[in-house]
Write a protein that binds this ligand. Structure first.
Ligand code: SF4
Length: 247
């Protein structure tokens, strides 16, 4: 079911584009750039790949904030899918990269269908902004969906505005997620975080060991220096005594 339009822009003669949005942060620069090009942008949130449900809701909320901040109409469709159903739908294609094609496909297809049904001149996706996504696969899936639905896909590479998007996201105080979306990517992110934490702990331990070794070496040097000085003083004392006895 379509959600309500969250805000409406005045009717104008600008060409209308349906922008599939994966999350608030990634939507910002595509909206800004498309507007600069003269498009009237409508955002379309359709992401059944985001798990678990509270994360899906959190990203939708961030998208609503972004839409409000930039005064962009937002269409919402779908709901959080039970992760097990989603993984089952992948039919054994679990490798990152391979499964992503199957994840982009329904999102691009639905966006192309809606763009056609609602009379938009073109559609595109905020996925083309992310430096972490498989850019060429997204493009291929969007072109495939466009052909299938008779819609026009507008290809844009929004990645050069990655840093501007992060700055704007911080300015707006939007939630930025820690993993791509699906339950598999969440598990992978956790594994990476744990590995990074282990690496950091090992580095800190190595630093501590090095500091302890350096301190022990310094202590040994000091001890040897003192022993050498004591020996020298003793030699000088004997020399003085010998001199006194001979004199
Ligand atoms: S890693 Fe991201 S793009 Fe790939 S399948 Fe998971 S949610 Fe989709």
């Amino acid at each position: 079911m379509f959600g309500a339009f969250r805000s409406l822009s005045p009717a104008c003669a600008m060409p209308r584009i349906l922008l599939h949005v994966c999350c608030g942060p990634c939507s910002l620069m595509p909206i800004v750039r498309l507007r600069e090009e003269g498009w009237e942008v409508t955002a379309f949130f359709y992401n059944p790949n985001i798990h678990p449900q509270d994360e899906w809701m959190r990203r939708l909320e961030a998208m609503r904030q972004a839409a409000d901040a930039l005064n962009v109409p937002l269409m919402e469709e779908g709901e959080a899918v039970v992760p097990a159903f989603w993984v089952k739908a992948l039919d054994g294609t679990l490798e990152e990269g391979e499964r992503c094609r199957l994840c982009y496909r329904p999102r691009m297809e639905r966006t192309a269908e809606r763009a056609t049904a609602l009379g938009f001149e073109a559609f595109t996706s905020s996925l083309l902004y992310s430096v972490y996504q498989h850019h060429e696969t997204i493009r291929a899936e969007a072109e495939r969906a466009a052909e299938h639905c008779g819609a026009a896909f507008l290809y844009r590479d929004f990645r050069p505005w990655w840093r501007d998007g992060i700055a704007l996201c911080r300015e707006l105080g939007l939630y930025r997620q820690k993993w791509c979306g699906c339950i598999l990517s969440r598990r992978e992110a956790l594994i990476q975080q744990e590995a990074a934490a282990r690496r950091k702990a090992a580095e800190q331990e190595a630093k501590r060991e090095r500091a302890a070794r350096l301190a022990a070496e310094a202590e040994e040097r000091r001890r040897r220096r003192e022993a050498a000085e004591a020996k020298k003083r003793l030699r000088e004392k004997w020399a003085l005594m010998r001199g006194a006895l001979q004199g």
